[in-house]
Design a protein around this ligand. Structure first.
Ligand code: NAD
Ligand code: UDP
Length: 349
């Protein structure tokens, strides 16, 4: 019998990471998570293990910070990894503006340390979490992978820099095989309602905020901008179900086995644009809850309309998103209603 391949997943306790780890386990991979739990809970890891049933035995977890090179070395010394999926990073745009050095240190130093340790152990296959934020305010849509890149804040700059670092290391050593995945707007949760997104503090993103309004944790959603040149004046984004996104990573891993992959970039989105008001309406329908709205000014730095061209991923990764916004909202609500306070309910309330 063939030995199952071992995949290292950095940030695997987080929102996208936990869903991807589950799909990896179900796909027969052995999976090792490293995460410092800075923005996540070990309960997520436990639940992924349970959801995977018998295959849960193929999951192990190390609480460590990627910048701790010695600790990371030990993990690589104990397991020969086929590839790394690198999610670990800080992702709050506003915080990155307030604390740029924290973001550069965590995201850039963390990634450089990871790449050094990978190279030292002869593991040169990487899938990296980039973001549609690298398209800035796109001049036209859909965004294709060839569009010019820009960054509006330190968070976005860390994604741009890491993409460039990956292109540089491939130029310097063609043994590397790297796939940069530019995610559009991941939402929803696993249909079991057992794992989902559990942001710390006030959510920055639309759907976690909507979810907290629905369960009564916040009084109303502030709609940022009602005067965009869109169908109803509110911003348009490409929302993608997190399980579809997770499956995109399995497709990327398979692609890493292809000859001559080099350093490639793929959009992961649905190719469909949805406005804030359309998303709220879909969530109200799925949950039966009314979401009170406060119409407000545009959020600085926000683009008007962003959605993906999905042709490259469909053609070359043989992957296509299956779910629409009704399923995204159904699963988001299922998770939220079962876990109104996320993984760890507040100690006093
Ligand atoms: P998340 O915060 O839920 O997960 C990131 C995980 O990384 C967390 O569990 C955190 O504890 C861990 N982490 C952070 N810094 C670390 C470090 N130095 N060492 C070890 N672990 C560390 O975020 P997510 O939504 O799952 O995002 C995963 C990746 O995808 C991130 O790189 C993010 O920038 C990127 N991304 C996310 C979105 C989105 O909207 N969620 C969109 C585009 C790209
Ligand atoms: N948005 C909003 N209220 C919020 C959060 C977001 O109206 O509390 C809008 C935002 O202006 C954008 C869309 O929802 O048009 C998606 O925002 P999000 O932050 O989730 O994603 P991003 O802007 O990073 O693509």
């Amino acid at each position: 019998m063939l030995m199952a391949k071992s995949i290292l997943v950095t940030g695997g306790a987080g929102y996208i990471g936990s869903h991807t780890v589950l799909q990896l386990l179900l796909g027969g991979y052995r999976t090792v998570i490293v995460d410092n739990l800075d923005n996540s809970s070990e309960i997520a890891v436990r639940r992924v293990k349970e959801l995977a049933g018998d295959l849960g035995k193929n999951l192990s977890f190390h609480k460590l910070d990627l910048r701790d090179k010695r600790a990371l070395e030990k993990v690589f010394a104990s397991t020969p990894f086929e590839a790394v999926i690198h999610f670990a990073g800080l992702k709050a745009v506003g915080e990155s503006v307030q604390k740029p050095l924290l973001y550069y240190d965590n995201n850039l130093v963390g990634t450089i340390t990871l790449l050094e340790v990978m190279a030292a152990h002869g593991c040169k296959k990487l899938v990296f979490s980039s973001s549609a934020t690298v398209y800035g305010w796109p001049k036209e849509v859909p965004c294709t992978e060839e569009f010019p890149l820009s960054a509006a804040n330190p968070y976005g700059r860390t994604k741009l820099f890491i993409e460039e670092i990956c292109r540089d290391i491939y130029s310097s050593d063609s043994e590397w095989k790297i796939i940069l995945l530019r995610y559009f707007n991941p939402v929803g949760a696993h249909p079991s309602g057992y794992i989902g997104e559990d942001p710390r503090g006030i959510p920055n993103n639309l759907m976690p905020f909507v979810q907290q309004v629905a369960v009564g944790r916040r009084p109303a959603l502030t709609v940022f901008g009602t005067d965009y040149s869109t169908k109803d004046g509110t911003g348009v984004r490409d929302y993608i179900h997190v399980v579809d996104l997770a499956d995109g990573h399995i497709a990327a891993l398979r692609k890493l086995d292809a000859a001559g992959i080099g350093c490639e970039v793929y959009n992961l989105g649905t190719g469909k644009g949805t406005s804030v008001l359309e998303m709220v309406a879909a969530f109200e329908k799925a949950s039966g809850k009314k979401i009170p709205l406060v119409m407000s000014a545009r959020r600085p730095g926000d683009a008007e309309i962003v959605y993906a061209s999905t042709h490259k991923a469909e053609k070359e990764l043989n992957w296509k998103a299956k779910y629409g916004i009704d399923e995204m909202c159904r699963d988001q609500w299922n998770w939220a209603s079962k876990n109104p306070y996320g993984y760890e309910p507040p100690k006093s309330n």
